[in-house]
Design a protein around this ligand. Structure first.
Ligand code: TNX
Length: 648
């Protein structure tokens, strides 16, 4: 081959590589198939959207009209005249089988935009993808002057991997208003999540109005205001005002449910029983076996359990041996079933420390009568009765994986939070291995939400940089999550509905922090649950995360920049000198550091290999840069802190 031919091939190949790495298309979750084409579509000043005759898409149309007009200042109208429309939304007359119920195709040509789907949900998801093709300024809430509203031409075919793509928001530990929940729903819906699990009752609050049981919200929704480190507060004095908290009226719930439905999101309600029930017991002390031991009231972040010994310091369990408890649950479930149209009701079941059951004569009598050998079997007895109640209201029963422990009803579904996703199951009775794997093997439907991959309450960066909580979970670990355990056989895999991230809010005091904890890790969960595994790529994901950050900057949604913070890996050399290895989860960053207590910048040394700590240094400060610009946060790490980690 002549040299010039080789030269042309090199240019051709490198231009393909260039166009791939520099693509302006940055969609999360990554679609099943994206074909970038030549040319651009320029948004005309008068945009027409083809009408789509279904009430399910009314809100989608309204939002699309609004989103295309505010920042652009353009006129957007809805038209019957399909050929002339700028944006065509088309429900397929004959179903396209690859697309299923939630898939879509999106075609952007120089002439127009077309989204096609079998079902309204697919059109909605196509619209979400379309919005991500626009420059970030489209998200602005005011007119943006001098912007160029152009999109790359592209052909996209897209559909989800799993039907259950969820996030859980714990509104019990800290209350989030109806409006805040709606804001959270808005954010989720852009990334094709279709389920919001609301954790509505816990020791710290009962958050949903039950008309037949008014004390649940008159008493159960209110605690004493405490700010600081949850779990470490002193118990409130008897006369301290209980004014902190709140609840959703039934009208609020109806509004939230409808708001979510308009964005193709189901709401899964959770009433966590028989443990985690202090708010209910504070309202109706007779529901516990010990009549509310000293009735301490709704928890306000004081210590109520000893986690080392699994002992309850106060009784937060409903009494399984008390018939009034089942009447209570019947009343609760009657109203919950009416309020929430979703097919499942989640009944909790986690962390039921049996301390007070063990000293209860009523429970002992129940065990004799029902021939129950263990306290796990007592919980199982309770769960099976509750399952019947839930089913009598026309709903399916779901609980945390503890419900497996003493035997499980035939139709119960499991939300698995404990154990390893690698599916190492030492025995089928070992729910701790992975409740999800065990349950799917037994033929129960499961949703995967393992702590090690999707616990959004965990810290995202070094523990010195985040509000202190039980454990850490970095973005790259979330991104490495596969909801389908490798150990499951094909006929067992069908029981895995999907996965969800859980945002527990012990240390999350407000919506800004809820956003910070959620994003970008929920971008990864969106991709873990929606995208095909073969389409996942960490470096490309980071490129797309950064594109979303730009949108969030415009929208003023908070997100964590923790992915730019390095990890510190301390060790000792053979002569007992402290050595520090620094790693970053994002590739291509420079780490600059100092040991002299001054703030490093790019003129300071760049990290290239593990650092031997100078003799009398007391701290290391580090900051990451990219392309000569600071990108990470300034971290001051005390060397004593690193040494103490080595002692542990
Ligand atoms: C365990 S996950 C809990 C929650 C806590 C969470 C903190 C589960 C079913 N129970 O009550 O908030 O850990 O990470």
């Amino acid at each position: 081959m002549k040299k010039s031919g080789l030269f042309l091939i090199v240019i051709f190949i490198s231009s393909i590589a260039f166009s791939q790495t520099k693509s302006s298309i940055a969609i999360i979750p990554q679609p099943a198939k994206v074909e970038e084409k030549q040319g651009h579509f320029i948004l005309p000043e008068h945009i027409t959207i083809q009408t789509i005759e279904t009430t399910e898409l009314k809100q989608t149309l309204t939002d699309l009209q609004k989103n295309l007009s505010i920042a652009t200042g353009y006129k957007v109208s809805v038209s019957d005249n399909a050929p002339a429309a700028t944006i065509k939304l088309i429900l397929n007359k004959k179903a396209d089988t690859t697309l299923g119920n939630e898939g879509y195709t999106l075609s952007v040509t120089t002439e127009n935009i077309a989204i096609k789907a079998n079902k309204p949900a697919g059109i909605f998801y196509g619209v979400q993808t379309l919005m991500q093709l626009f420059p970030p300024e489209i998200e602005d809430s005011i007119l943006v002057k001098n912007a160029e509203w152009k999109l790359p031409c592209v052909e996209i075919t897209d559909y989800p991997r799993f039907v259950w793509r969820g996030l859980m928001l714990d509104v019990a530990r800290h209350f989030f208003t109806r409006q805040e929940v709606m804001t959270y729903i808005d954010q989720m819906s852009k990334y094709k999540f279709n389920l919001l699990h609301m954790h509505l009752a816990d020791d710290e609050g009962w958050r949903v109005e039950i008309k037949a049981l008014p004390k649940l919200t008159q008493v159960g929704a209110w605690s004493v205001y405490r700010i600081g480190r949850f779990g470490s507060f002193p118990p409130p004095a008897p006369n301290e005002p209980r004014t902190y908290g709140g609840f959703y009226t039934q009208d609020d719930i109806k509004e939230i449910v409808q708001y979510a439905k308009d964005r193709f999101i189901n709401i899964l309600p959770e009433i966590d029983v028989p443990g985690h029930s202090l708010a209910a017991i504070a309202s109706y002390p007779e529901l516990s076996c010990s009549n509310g031991v000293k009735n301490i009231g709704v928890a306000s972040g004081e210590e109520i359990k000893d986690w080392d010994t699994h002992t309850a310091l106060y009784d937060d369990n409903l009494c399984p041996a008390n018939e009034n408890v089942y009447d209570f649950l019947d009343k609760v479930m009657t109203e919950i079933a009416q309020l929430f149209p979703f097919e499942y009701v989640h009944v909790g079941g986690d962390e039921t420390f049996k301390t007070f059951w063990k000293s209860s004569d009523a429970v002992t009598a129940l065990m004799q009568k029902e021939n129950l050998k263990t306290y796990e079997e007592v919980q199982s007895y309770f769960e099976k009765r509750l399952e019947k109640i839930v089913e009598s209201k026309g709903k399916k029963f779901m609980g945390w994986d503890e419900i497996l422990e003493g035997g499980i009803g035939p139709n119960a579904a499991v939300m698995s939070w404990r154990g390893s996703q690698d599916g190492v199951v030492s025995s089928s009775a070992d729910a701790n291995a992975n409740g999800g794997v065990v349950a799917a093997k037994m033929g129960h439907y499961v949703v995967m939400s393992p702590t090690e991959f999707v616990y959004l309450d965990y810290m995202q960066s070094d523990r010195t940089m985040e509000p202190l909580i039980y454990a850490s979970l970095r973005l790259n670990k979330v991104y490495s999550f596969d909801p389908m355990p490798a150990v499951l056989m094909p006929d067992q895999q069908k029981f895995v509905l999907g996965a969800q991230g859980n945002l527990w809010t012990e240390q999350v005091y407000n919506l800004r922090q809820a956003e910070y904890m959620t994003w970008p890790r929920a971008f990864a969960i969106a991709e873990d649950t929606w995208s095909q595994p073969a389409n996942k790529n960490w470096d490309d994901f980071i490129r797309r995360v950064e594109a979303q950050f730009k949108r969030y900057d415009v929208e003023e949604v908070k997100y964590a920049p923790s992915m730019y913070d390095p990890d510190f890996i301390p060790s000792y050399t053979t002569d007992s000198t402290l050595k520090i290895e620094l790693t970053t989860e994002v590739n291509g960053l420079d780490i600059h550091y100092s040991f002299d207590n001054t703030y490093p910048d790019k003129f300071y040394p760049t990290y290239t290999q593990p650092l031997i700590v100078p003799n009398y240094a007391t701290q290391i400060k580090v900051i990451t840069y990219r392309d000569g610009k600071p990108i990470g946060r300034m971290i001051s790490m005390q060397l004593d802190e690193l040494k103490s980690r080595l002692r542990k």
